[in-house]
Design a binder for this molecule. Structure first.
Ligand code: 9PG
Length: 759
């Protein structure tokens, strides 16, 4: 049956058809305050008395005392169903608190039996965890208000509920690999859409739009952000969600660069201690190594006189921002700058001189955005709907762009969505946030790069070139016990957390924007990451196809450690996905295909070394298998591999063929998949031509499989090859060359079928 909505007049309920064998009943609701400030709720299809009138072009209209609600729906070719609600105040203005386009009550289990389902929970903003959980799992909330303010959307009336799981914008209930239910808001432009799965007591799935008390005038219609429901294989639904959300966006995403930018960021070693000379020295270090492909030097938090006074520097930057940007520019690099433009310190000049720019609560007190231990102060939100504040935002960013910055990391952007009394009461928190984003984009222009961080995911669509999709990386694998407990359910900085979200949010990459998985840390000193953990981080970042920023102080980095970063630099144009993302937390597999090959990252999250099964697709005897980090071919029959605790195996599978072929290389993790290393066998000349380009490593292996019936013409080894050795199924060459390079290997067909003896 085609998906659709009907009204059961006898029961007074709305009915959802075509998403399961049996139709299921649901209700919808609008929570608001009327002209007298009285709290009201308009229930439609919830068994209440309101009966709808059919709309001429399809749909149902419900007329309440103060409000008319029109419900329309459309089924798509994939069997999905889109619900659109339009509100129209009919008596006077209303203050709109929330719209609940769907409250799917006791019949939910016929769609998805919770005890057999997993729940894919999507976090509110960059740092908030995104993961798959058993659908019956208890919710996790932080024990500390600052964590909640800095990671969640605690102004939602659903936040803090102990009887279920909350997810932002989209949620999936997955019964089995082939059967999932997706509920997702295709836009977050007017309301902050959330999905709440009640898993204690009678199960229910609630789709909720928070409008934060925005004023809606009489006679002025509001088209609510659409809700989309669909069933099918979960991974395909995630992908479809990303595509439909981009199609539904009122502001299309900016054009995407072919390859994600790469650069250096001052934060993860220098932190707030960063000095002008550190930036200068690191910019010089990357300019001296063009083969790395790092084109940006980004100054992070620590230069400003106060949070909010972005154009005033502290004593560590005596030359000022424009001079620093100019110097970076003279080195042929882009200059990047961190700011947190939607909040400020109470001590800032901005807060002291323009107190009217601060967002205030009902009692006139500034609205807090939490305490940050790095700043040793709690910060407050700005009200960018104030015309003066809007002008200040525009002027500040236009001036920073004028100063020579090309790249803006705008951070702590969740501050723009706090509830409060806005100067323009007609803007909901989400609408106010998007207004601020459009001011920022307008101030820097379409060509400068905008990276969102600590930013709401769906609400940022259309404005940013790239988005941080993970909590901060850190020189620790996991959060410590105390922070982990205080920050339950939050993105507490750690390498493992950054890897997890990078994998789980792969479905957004190159659809919404370029994903930013946060920085790669490779240093040995002042870090507690083991070599295996650094390899895991490099693998996740390198396979993601997202932004690739180093953040170690390059002036003090050992060459062997920089070499770990070289393995994934420059970044790849291809991006991996996690095939088991809906089945376990965190995902253990990360996979990407290209050049006829498949690269699979097998992550070991366990706290001890052990043997991990290779994914079934790699166990096929029809593949050569090569593991990148140990730089070794795996035996033809290998079905498992030993991996260190928190480590990874990056296994490249190449189909076996009849002629000599490259099947592995230590020169770059992704190069054989994304085509930067290419081998072509020219049969008429018996030559294997191997080309390499855009590679940061200048010394590494090429593993060449030599099938029976062929043998290398020994006299012909190219000059770049410093060493050749045999392995069970071919030969390993050591190459020393700056890319681009080309090597030709001449082979002879042997009369007798013969095999290479193993060494
Ligand atoms: C600069 C940093 C870096 C980093 C950002 C962001 O207190 N907190 O909860 C908290 C969370 C995140 C955070 C800092 C503090 O990091 O993600 O890359 O720019 O700000 O302050």
């Amino acid at each position: 049956m085609k998906a659709g909505v009907a009204f059961d007049a006898g029961a007074g309920r709305l009915v959802l058809e075509g998403l399961s064998e049996r139709a299921v009943r649901f209700g919808a609701r609008v929570a608001y305050r009327d002209g007298a400030g009285q709290r009201r709720a308009l229930e439609i299809g919830g068994g209440g008395g309101l009966s709808p009138a059919p709309l001429p072009e399809g749909g149902l209209a419900f007329d309440g005392a103060d409000l008319r609600v029109e419900l329309r729906w459309a089924a798509d070719a994939d069997g999905g169903l889109r619900l659109d609600l339009t509100l129209l105040p009919t008596a006077g203005p209303i203050l709109l608190d929330a719209v609940i386009p769907m409250d799917l009550g006791p019949e939910l289990p016929t769609l998805a039996p919770l005890d057999r389902c997993r729940f894919f929970q999507h976090g509110f903003h960059s740092w908030t965890p995104c993961r798959s959980l058993p659908a019956t799992a208890p919710p996790e909330y932080p024990r500390n208000r600052s964590f909640a303010l800095m990671n969640h959307y605690p102004d939602s009336p659903l936040w803090g509920r102990r009887d279920g799981l909350l997810s932002n914008q989209l949620a999936l209930l997955q019964a089995g690999a082939g059967d999932a239910l997706l509920a997702a808001f295709l836009r977050q432009e007017q309301g902050l859409g959330e999905l709440f799965l009640r898993n204690r007591g009678a199960p229910a799935l609630l789709a909720h739009l928070d409008h934060g008390g925005a004023r809606l005038e009489r006679g002025e219609p509001l088209a609510c952000d659409p809700l989309y429901l669909a069933r099918g294989p979960g991974l395909a639904l995630l992908d479809r969600f990303a595509r439909l959300a981009v199609e539904a966006a009122s502001v299309p995403p900016p054009p995407l660069a072919a390859r994600s930018p790469a650069g250096w960021c001052s934060w993860y070693e220098l932190y707030t201690g960063v000095r002008e000379e550190d930036l200068r020295a690191n910019a010089a270090a990357i300019a001296a190594r063009p083969e790395l492909g790092l084109t940006l030097a980004q100054l992070d938090d620590g230069y400003q006189a106060a949070l909010g006074d972005w154009r005033e520097v502290n004593r560590k930057f005596p030359s000022g921002l424009a001079a620093v940007a100019a110097e970076i520019g003279r080195r042929g690099l882009g200059a990047g700058l961190w700011t947190a433009p939607l909040l400020c310190s109470r001590r800032s000049r901005l807060a002291r001189e323009r107190p009217e720019f601060l967002l205030r609560d009902e009692r006139g007190r500034p609205v807090s955005c939490g305490f940050n231990p790095m700043w040793r102060e709690s910060v407050v939100a700005l009200d960018l709907t104030h015309p003066g504040a809007a002008a200040w935002l525009h002027e500040t960013f236009a001036a920073l762009a004028e100063d020579g910055f090309d790249y803006f990391k705008v951070d702590f952007m969740f501050a723009g969505l706090r509830h409060g009394r806005r100067h323009d009461p007609r803007l909901s928190p989400v609408a106010a946030y998007r207004r601020a984003m459009s001011i920022l984009r307008g101030a820097i222009g379409p060509r400068r790069f905008l990276l969102g961080c600590g930013a709401p995911i769906g609400a940022s669509l259309g404005y940013v070139d790239a988005m941080r999709v993970s909590e901060d990386v850190k020189e620790d694998w996991a959060p410590g016990a105390v922070l982990g407990w205080l920050g339950a359910g939050c993105g507490v900085p750690s390498a493992s957390g950054a890897i997890r979200n990078t994998m789980t949010r792969s479905f957004l990459h190159r659809r919404f924007w370029l994903n930013d998985p946060d920085c790669l840390l490779v240093r040995r000193d002042r870090s507690r990451l083991t070599l295996a953990e650094v390899q895991s981080l490099a693998t996740a970042l390198g396979m993601s196809g997202g932004m690739m920023f180093l953040s170690d102080d390059l002036t003090a980095l050992d060459a062997d450690r920089l070499d770990l970063a070289r393995a994934v630099l420059p970044p790849s144009a291809l991006g991996a996905t996690a095939p088991d993302v809906l089945e376990r937390d965190p995902p253990a597999l990360y996979q990407v295909e290209g050049g006829g090959r498949r690269l699979c990252g097998v992550f070991r999250w366990e706290d001890e070394d052990g043997e991990a099964a290779l994914p079934a697709a790699l166990c096929d005897a029809g593949f050569y298998k090569y593991e990148f980090w140990r730089d070794a071919a795996l035996p033809a029959g290998a079905r498992s591999i030993r991996i260190a605790r928190h480590g990874v195996a990056a296994v490249l599978a190449t189909p076996r063929g009849e002629v000599p072929a490259v099947i592995g290389s230590s020169l770059h993790l992704m190069a054989l998949v994304d085509g930067r290393i290419e081998g072509r066998f020219e049969a008429e000349r018996g030559e294997l031509v191997i080309r390499g380009r855009d590679l940061a490593r200048e010394h590494g292996s090429l593993w060449v499989a030599v099938p029976a019936g062929w043998e290398l013409d020994r006299g012909e080894l190219p000059a770049e090859v410093s060493e050749a050795a045999r392995w069970a199924e071919g030969m390993r060459l050591m190459l020393r060359a700056k890319a681009p390079w080309e090597v030709r290997l001449r082979f002879r067909a042997t009369d007798r079928k013969r095999e290479w003896p193993a060494n």
